[in-house]
Design a binder for this molecule. Structure first.
Ligand SMILES: Nc1nc2c(c(=O)[nH]1)N[C@H]1C(S)=C(S)[C@@H](COP(=O)(O)O)O[C@H]1N2
Ligand SMILES: [Mo]
Length: 253
């Protein structure tokens, strides 16, 4: 057998060691929304991304001097009943938690995991953290650079022990928004559950007490005001459609 050039060999070796586990779980070349005519855009962007990008390529990180004021968009206060995505059940809970500085707030992690559990903010802050300065790109046409600090989602998922059959992660917020991502993005090193922004606690408008930072996709996928994470073996189109029909599921950038 002919020898591969060194760079090629290293690349393949890297793939089998670090990303092998991830690829084994997600050997899909079509997104889970495949077959739905309204979701044709998902197929194109998903296929292009998954074929062109190495599985765990990092997005660009910036310097302190690049930090800009990030615009607050979407829900600003989930506890305010005049917000567009106000949730009649979880909105009032958020209002109470906000007034007590999130002391009794817990993130629940459930679904296809060996040890479902709930985590306080200090539990999450005790885990290894990651700080990154990245560009947030909103599908509405603006972008901003900010510094985010949090715990890698991967660390939390490993603490709960995801089942080998797990393929998606769903995020529930205190406003009426829901989002899901696949395991490849969930285990990406820059996918973090952020509790800090620009060196301070995450401000309310930007998603206090905890938000997702999903750097590989458009801003809308970085869900704010998290309360619950559910690990899924199968894609749950029904839940997704009910909450937000008309949007692309895969928003890779
Ligand atoms: N729960 C929740 N998450 C959300 C939103 C929202 O309204 N509710 N808006 C999304 C959109 S469209 C964008 S662009 C970003 C905005 O984040 P920012 O307010 O920190 O700039 O949050 C995303 N996450
Ligand atoms: Mo957005």
């Amino acid at each position: 057998m002919s020898r591969l050039p060194t760079s090629r060999r290293t690349f393949i070796k890297g793939l089998t060691s670090s990303a092998g586990l991830v690829l084994a779980g997600c050997a899909e070349t079509v997104p889970p929304t495949y077959g739905n005519l309204l979701r044709m855009g998902d197929l194109l962007t998903y296929k292009a991304h998954r074929l062109l990008l190495p599985a765990q390529a990092l997005v660009r990180e910036y310097d302190y001097s690049d930090i800009s004021a990030a615009a607050v968009i979407g829900t600003i206060n989930p506890g305010n009943s005049s917000e567009r995505f106000f949730d009649p059940i979880h909105g009032p809970t958020y209002d109470r938690l906000l007034r007590e500085d999130f002391a009794s707030w817990r993130l629940s992690v459930e679904g296809s995991v060996i040890r479902p559990g709930s985590y306080s903010l200090s539990d999450l802050k005790r885990m290894p953290s990651r700080t990154q300065i990245t560009r947030h790109t909103c599908e509405e046409g603006w972008s901003a650079i900010a510094q985010w600090t949090g715990v890698p989602l991967r660390t939390v998922l490993e603490a709960c022990g995801i089942n080998p059959s797990a393929r998606f992660v769903e995020f529930y917020s205190y406003d009426n928004r829901l989002g899901s991502i696949d395991m490849l993005d969930a285990l990406h090193p820059q996918t973090i559950l952020a509790y800090g922004m620009n060196g301070r606690d995450l401000p309310m408008g930007h998603g206090a007490p905890l938000r997702l930072r999903l750097e590989t996709q458009l801003g809308a996928k970085s869900r704010k005001f998290l309360r619950r994470i559910v690990v899924l073996d199968d894609y749950d189109e029904d839940t997704f459609q009910r909450v937000q029909s008309g949007w692309a599921w895969y928003m890779g950038i």
